[in-house]
Write a protein that binds this ligand. Sequence first.
Ligand SMILES: [Ca+2]
Ligand SMILES: [Ca+2]
Length: 131
Amino acid sequence: MKLNWIGAVQYCNRIGMRLAVINSEAKNLAVLETIQTANEDGIDLSNVWIGASDISREGTFVWLATGRHVNYTNWSENNPDNDEGTENCVEIANQRYTQCKWRWNDNKCDMVQNFVCEFNLRDLSDMKQES
Ligand SMILES: [Ca+2]
Ligand SMILES: [Ca+2]
């Protein structure tokens, strides 16, 4: 299924999940594995939305589901570049602009793409920050 970024947020929420929050290398690897598995299942992925944006403040990326700043990142070279002043939503892409590797890029939020939902489980680092 392909949706724009906010459509992906809404879809994940509607099914009791959230657009993926990637706050560690381990989590990034887990999402990459999910993407790889989908590709092996014949779903041809090249761009996948994840749950961060700088919609509310240019240059400050925040995970929508948690409201937390994006600390761990896996940006591709030269990104985020806010290309044409209109790129505010984060994808993992395997494209020329990510050096043909599965790396992060800011893209236009109205692009219709695949996306990764996840169950809204609190991980240990979240719990530590809240206690
Ligand atoms: Ca931006
Ligand atoms: Ca970009």
